[in-house]
Design a protein around this ligand. Sequence first.
Ligand code: MN
Length: 729
Amino acid sequence: MVESATPSQAPSSSASLDTTRFMAKDLCAYLESYLEPDQVSEVYRAYLFGAEAHEGQTRLSGDPYIVHPLAVAKTMAEMRMDHRSIIAAILHDVMEDTHISKERIIEEFGEDVAELVDGVSKLTHLKFRSKAEAQAENFRKMMLAITRDLRVIMVKLADRLHNMRTLGVMRPDKGRRIARETLEIYAPIAQRLGMNAIRRELEVLGFASHNPLRYKVLQDAVKKSRGHRKEVMQKIETAICSRMEEAGIVSRIIGREKNLYSIYRKMQQKRLSFEEVFDVFAIRIVVTDVDACYRALGVVHNLYKPVPGRFKDYIAIPKANGYQSLHTVLFGPHGIPIEVQIRTEEMDRVAESGIAAHWLYKAGDRQSASAQARAREWLKGVLEIQQAAGNSMEFLENVKVDLFPEEVYIFTPRGEIMELPKGATAVDFAYAVHSDVGNTCVAAKIDRRLAPLSTKLESGRTVEVITAPGARPNPAWLNFVVTGKARAAIRHYLKNLQQGEAVNLGRRLLDKALIGVGKSLEEIPPEQMQGLLEDLQLPNLDALLGDVGLGNRMATLVARRLCSDDADAEADEAEPSPAILGKPLAVKGTEGMVLSFAKCCHPIPGDPIVGVMSAGRGLVVHREQCRNVAEYRNKPDKWIPVAWSEDSTQEYAAAIRAQTANKRGVLANLASVIADMGSNIENVSFDERDGHASTITFTLSVRSRKHLADLMRRLRRVPEVLRISRARG
Ligand code: MN
């Protein structure tokens, strides 16, 4: 995106044209040090293509626009990235700011480059909208989550780096916002990926623009103390250098100064004064191999006395992020402490550029495989170092969480970010917003398009929930929701619903039982009812009726206790209750969750049926001849006489068994007859007896016994059918 510039139409001067051509040549010369010649010329072609696309656009600084992508490409080259990343860096703004389409880039530079450019453009559309710290954390994770190729993140970081380097020309308020975003989002991502060189520069530039006053104060303080330091520093470096030469160790010695942002942070976090943080000299010695590291350590310990207890061997025991180095602190001249780091060139490269240092490592695979796979490889490498060293996994856990998140990050229509577990659906999102939204949701819009509630959400999408007053949760949602909150809220709602239905059924059952003894619920004196409720420790009549309806309490027993004066009525429990002599309970099929039809015998209207009370489930209706109810015949309190209501309009499941000849297309023939008869197949099971005949069992939806009988008659006429029968429980 054009973050620090607005493309405007202005003729580019010939002088700046020279500048850009020089930059491009410089880039290519750099690339020749590690890429193949044909790859470098491909990069140059990308430069010509990009320059033409951005023709006439300028940066706020007045430079031709192409200067910016070239600078981004140079940063990528300094990390020794592959040629496709470099091309993507050169083209990273063309889809956003010119009329070049993705298809055009595919034509010119192939799928891989186009995907990278597209990825960078997509990140550009993610807008960081809130100040909350948790939001920043989520935003960082979201950036990584929606990026399938980590090179996209690297281009984005290089892009941000150049925008920060040229931030000076920007309006101060806008600059401050970009600086804050850099400190909160981009620098931590660079750190996560181990890209410390970029991270440090982003931090210093971000600090300078975000907090110019503090930056200035610290800068002045550093300048003041630097004066007398310079000489001492020089002396120390020369001393070490000559000792190294004497010992025959080839080395690079770098005097280091802590960057202003890390001084500022250290002062804040450890509550130290400027002198305490700054008055330490720091030196890095880079050598050729591990052996030389330890020899160099001997040399410096011989030159200045080491501070006891400050030596750390991160080569033998690397830091959690794979960082390797020897650390020691010396008493320098005048007792000034000197921090020394000693490491190999390779260790230095890893410490500076992190994941990028591993990019070209596997030169073998030409097709730059999925970057996520490379990230995994990188992590695996770090993991191996870790396991060998046996130290903390914390860093790794953090990186893993960031690169391969278990969560998805979703925008609300107002731009807030919601974190949900992977696999979360629109319903989970609705409940995460508010349980009322979940309870009344009817549809969802994902990126402004209508989508089913069961749609699994992807990171970076904007989701809007459509609710309707009076809408209710659907029990089927329990099959796809993944969050505890949604599950608990749906269950809670259904339980309330079930309780209501249980009270209704309980009232009917109790009334029926009372009629059996010649009474009705209205005739029971209130104090009698109250007495029973107290005995049973129930708060009210609904609680009692609910218990009866759910099958936790027997209606006949309750009825008997309500009618008898003495409390030991339970003594004659075993006696068959006269209640069973009453009129059977009418079953409509619409009683809801407290009445169900047995799966063993599939009763349908017209079948003689019985009801069995089952604790917690309410009334279960079986066919009278079902084997599973035989044992209840002697338990009259659980055995409820029921009959079909006249006005039942429901569909019911029925099971039929078909013996057929083994011929091709039998199942299809049967299925089409079933469909013609206005029935649906809910389930089919297939059982081949021998080579000649098979048994197919269908579970079908039917309206009544007559409907089923008609259906079976039609099926018998199918030539391959040998026998049709209804399956019994
Ligand atoms: Mn850019």
